[in-house]
Design a protein. Sequence first.
Length: 171
Amino acid sequence: MSRQLRGHHLMCALGFRGHGYSPAFAANMADILAALDRAPETPVQVVDVPDGICAAFPADQPGHCLEADVVERDRRVIARVGLNVGDVLTWRELRRRLGAAFSPADLDGLCTTCRWLPLGFCREGLAALQSTSAVDAGKREMPGASAAGGPLSAAGAPDATGAATPRGAPR
């Protein structure tokens, strides 16, 4: 089964720690990313429109999935990894390209309007991907992956409301 992911959600996936706009949003994102981590050869089409993660955005919050700055962030990520909207690569290859194309410091300019940036999760996830990739350069393992879903199993910072989000709930 193939998936679609927005360009900026590729970056979010690296730092996801179980927090989200709502418990349902977080659970949806956790499910999608855990499925990709379990099957890293899954084809993923990169898009600059709402994807399966956006589908769970809470109806009671101001939507941002179609805002110009979010679409621009999608396009910047897609271009930086050398792709075009609509391209299809495996989840493993997308993660490899993200690790090669971005440094943690790049996120400050790319994700300036993201409410999750100050938590540092994406910087940590990208750094972990890069350090694991450097150590395991000859291996085809998913950096940070585990039976529990790798990066999805970590938790700790409060969500947007200040409440802690349960482990495995989406960001």
